[in-house]
Design a protein. Structure first.
Lengths: 158, 758
């Protein structure tokens, strides 16, 4: 069967690509569009390393088909920093040592950004439950949660 | 003027920006033009003789460029080689990489295919016809030790017993350590507690699956990109398994998405090279999560019997333990370190520990953070807690009374130098946490833990660039902040700003041999090599300055980042910085640099004590961790935030091990939970903040006092949580994980379950 021709907007740029029916959005991002910041840890939606937003909604890109991205707006980790300026979450992840190996970091950042856009003043519990879809095996989550809470405070102050 | 120093501060890691922007390239992020995709055919049977493998249909499929099987790997003689904290045997490595006579576990590699796409490769796997003779299997370690158990290796005779057994068995090895006279020791005891414990096999659980990309040219030159804890080790293994010269293989360690010991061995790498050699095209291979669970090393599940004797005053007088560890399909469980660590935190006159390394139809175990220690120390710490209860002695005081300290002779051999166990116990006792109130169904537990730490072969270099900036190259993959730590040490040694040092991990062609990142060695050994490299630079600069200034060598010194003339000469010539020298490097003798080539000795053991509060829900059996404090001796924390990160991460891995994680097998010998949904590791909402206390008892054998810190944090949690469970429920749980069904069953048996009264 012929590949599907898909048009979408990724990190603000119009893109078009061809994909097989069974290819996931994660496959398309990594293998076709060469945006390898989204990671495949499980391919079953359990680890969150492939987190992106689809029309503003946080999803595991391994659970979305490439074909489903047609006409949609996708934001990935590669679109998070604006020019030379890191997003406040990225900056605080560095300052708080909220990463060790870094494989889960893109997913956590995308998920945390989605949280703060909805809930600018989250409790620790809200942060922990929102991020429960992202696995980190290195940090024990302490410094990740602290970095997100601290970013929320800073962003509220503007 | 005092120079700013960096060791002990919380710098921003130099590899950090790439990791928060998605730019950092991990194993699966590398691609080459014209690459093929490799996939592995795996045994569906836990134990089966491989009668034949017919690959002709797969090879005929359009798009398939190479197929490899056991016939593509020459056999290896049986020979045990030390591999860090574990032992390995190439006869087994070649069989684990690709099954030969038998498939020994579900998921064992049987063939591999390289094709133009993943889809074609998957189709090709279905066309490979493997004829199996299915054999009876054995999963449990105790079952595997029975005389009538299905035999995995017909030529395996238990090592370490005299005379040599008449019949082969699944018991690969018996090990024993003895201190004093164990019977006499128990004779002095007023109280003896003996218990048997069981722990389940758990996986390291790194989020990044194994991945490798290989390209072999027509002249045999081989390049490999792989996610590994030791690219020099990968090079050695691949050269051996594929009959290549080491110098022909160049291995680049990609960024590594977690390892915890599990990425110290080869799985895909030799297959990717073999496929590329056949196909003459680059071959990329990435494991699925299911493959990671089924075919890469978890750590042992075990059965442990502990017997501990104490006087009525609480003095431990005799300790005995018997450890039976699963090795997986090939010999080589971490039972030896398990034996050595069991009683290491305590000063006991009479100790006897016996260990058995037992094969069964499970994936071959790999190292996992302090391999072997969490299991045996969990059992001992549980019994220590029981003794404290029986004698009505505070559990911290009891540990303090018996703690190993400087001069204590450890049962495994050496006398300890300066160590920090007492300091960690004191630190925990002083916390507000220790005295905080608890409610019904809540419990508090404490446990200590020990790990040796290692040094080993290390090579690292510093190069002064033309503008005075410094390039740092290390040869051990950086998993949790190594580049930051080494750059800080280099900056302090050379007296230059931290951001003028740019650290990278060099490939195997760029540096001398480096042993892998493991044994909590990379910051310990790497910083020693960097100190040596910096010393060479300082010596060289002083020699050049003396020549330039026409002074004697002893009239020049290096201090505060500058070469300075001493004495009377100080008025005549101006001190020169490293940047000043960089400008005249060509005129004064050429490029400036240093390389530390060492076999690092003097690794300092690290002790830790953990304190945990938890609450058990009597209705569901679910346990919630409420509060957690870690105190551990770091010797000297180069980068305190990343040391804390090791404490916190280890504690949470331990929480998973204690409460939820386990390999679940069906009666068919197949793994039933090979995914993150069913193999449930802790998520953010499962755990509280993990408080940390950095204890610093300097290691006198290291220039900065550093001890390895990465592994000890996973040792105490199992015991601490079991002890807290006893506090919460009154039940001594002796089987891990203490998962809700097990806890609920135990509560029901005692009539303790049910809805909590409002």
């Amino acid at each position: 069967m012929a590949k599907h021709h898909i048009e979408a907007v990724v990190n603000g740029d119009a893109v078009e690509f061809l994909c097989e029916t069974e290819e996931t959005l994660l496959d398309v991002l990594r293998d076709t569009l060469h945006l390898t910041g989204s990671k495949e840890g499980c391919a079953s939606g359990d680890c969150g390393a492939c987190s992106v937003t689809l029309d503003g909604r946080l999803v595991c890109s391994c659970l979305v088909l490439g074909c489903e991205a047609g006409g949609r707006r996708i934001e990935t980790i590669e679109g998070m920093a604006k020019g030379e300026a890191l997003h406040p979450l990225q900056q605080r992840f560095l300052e708080h040592a909220a990463l060790q190996c870094g494989i889960c970091t893109p997913g956590f950042l995308v998920a945390a950004k989605a949280l703060l856009e909805r809930t600018p003043d989250p409790t620790e519990t809200e942060v922990r439950y929102w991020l429960a879809g992202n696995l980190c095996r290195c940090t024990g989550y302490d410094k990740i949660v602290s970095a997100v809470m601290d970013t929320a405070v800073a962003m509220r102050k503007g | 003027m005092t120079m700013q120093t960096y060791v002990g501060t919380r710098t921003i890691r130099p590899d950090g920006v790439d990791k928060v922007t998605g730019r950092a390239r991990f194993g699966a992020d590398f691609n080459l033009p014209g690459q093929l995709i490799g996939r592995v055919l795996r045994s569906p049977h836990p134990h089966a003789r491989i009668l034949s493998i017919d690959t002709s249909k797969a090879e005929a499929l359009p798009g398939v460029k190479a197929v490899v099987t056991r016939d593509d790997f020459g056999d290896q003689p049986s020979e045990f080689i030390p591999a860090g904290e574990m032992m390995m045997n190439y006869r087994d490595v070649v069989r684990n990489v690709m099954a030969r006579e038998k498939a020994l576990y579900e998921g064992h590699a049987v063939a591999a295919v390289a094709a133009t796409s993943a889809a074609v490769a998957r189709r090709a796997l279905k066309l490979i016809d493997v004829k199996y003779e299915v054999l009876p299997h054995v999963i449990d370690v105790v079952d595997a030790m029975r005389p009538d158990a299905p035999l995995l290796h017909e030529d395996l005779y238990t090592a370490g017993v005299e005379p040599k057994p008449e019949k082969p068995s699944n018991v690969a090895k018996r090990v024993e350590i003895t201190l004093g006279d164990i019977e006499a020791g128990f004779g002095k005891a007023d109280l003896i507690i003996e218990r048997e414990f069981r722990t389940a096999a758990v996986h390291q659980g790194y989020i990044e699956p194994h991945a490798a990309l290989a390209t072999v040219s027509e002249d045999g030159s081989t390049e490999l990109w792989t996610t590994t804890q030791g690219h020099f080790i990968v090079r050695a293994h691949c050269a051996r398994l594929l009959g290549l010269d080491i110098g022909r293989i160049r291995v680049t360690a990609t960024e590594i998405g977690g390892g915890f010991g599990g990425k110290t061995v080869v799985y895909l790498e030799p297959l990717a090279i073999a496929l590329s050699r056949k196909a003459r095209r680059p071959v990329k291979m990435v494991m699925t999560r299911e493959e990671v669970f089924k075919a890469s090393g978890p750590t042992s599940g075990a059965t442990v019997r502990v017997k501990l004797g104490a006087t009525k005053d609480g003095k431990f007088v005799a300790g005995f333990a018997e450890l039976k560890y699963q090795a997986g399909a090939f010999p080589g469980s971490p039972v030896q370190p398990g034996v050595m660590c069991a009683f290491a935190p305590y000063d006991i006159e009479h100790v006897n520990v016996i260990g058995f390394d037992v094969v069964s139809n499970r994936p071959k175990v790999a190292a996992y953070r302090a391999p072997g220690a969490p299991i045996s120390e969990y059992a001992v710490e549980s019994v220590v807690d029981e003794i404290a209860k029986k004698l009505d002695i505070d559990p911290i005081d009891l540990r303090m009374q018996n703690a190993a300290r400087e001069g204590t002779k450890a049962a495994y051999g050496p006398k300890f130098g300066p160590i920090g166990l007492e300091e960690t116990l004191n630190a925990i006792k002083k916390t507000e946490h220790w005295n905080a109130p608890l409610r019904k169904w809540q419990g508090r537990g404490v446990a200590s833990g020990f790990w040796f730490n290692i040094g080993g072969e290390t090579c690292a270099s510093l190069t002064v660039n033309e503008d005075g900036t410094v390039s740092l190259m290390a040869g051990t993959p950086d998993i949790g902040g190594l580049r930051a730590s080494l750059a800080m040490v280099a900056a302090d040694e050379l007296g230059i700003p931290y951001d003028k040092v740019r650290p990278i991990i060099g490939d195997t062609g760029s540096l001398g041999f480096n042993f892998l990142t493991g044994g909590s060695r990379s910051t310990f050994s790497g910083s020693m090599a960097i100190v040596e490299a910096a010393k060479q630079i300082k010596t060289e600069l002083c020699a050049r300055a003396a020549k330039l200034w026409e002074l004697k060598p002893d009239q020049v010194e290096f201090a505060d980042g500058q070469v300075k003339p001493l004495g009377a000469a100080a008025d005549k010539v101006k001190a020169m910085s490293i940047a000043d020298f960089a400008k005249v490097a060509g005129k004064t003798g050429g490029p400036i640099g240093g390389t530390g080539r060492i076999n690092a000795q003097g690794a300092g053991p690290s002790f830790g004590t953990h304190l945990v509060d938890l609450e058990v829900d009597p209705e569901t059996g679910r346990t919630t961790i409420l509060r957690y404090t870690v105190a551990q001796d770091a010797g000297r924390a180069i980068h305190p935030a990343y040391v804390e990160g090791q404490f916190q991460g280890g504690a949470v891995q331990g929480i998973g091990w204690a409460l939820n994680e386990e390999y679940v097998y069906g009666a068919d010998g197949k793994l039933q939970n090979a995914g993150f949904l069913d193999y449930r590791m802790p998520v953010a909402s499962d755990v509280p903040m993990i408080d940390t206390i950095l204890v610093e008892v300097a290691n006198p054998k290291h220039p900065y006092g550093v001890r390895g810190v990465g592994e000890t944090p996973i040792v105490p949690p199992l015991g601490a949580i079991a002890n807290a469970m006893e506090g919460a429920t009154g039940i001594r749980f002796t089987e891990l994980p203490m998962s809700p069904p097990k806890v609920l069953k135990a509560l029901k048996e005692r009539g303790l379950n049910g809805r909590v009264a409002p």
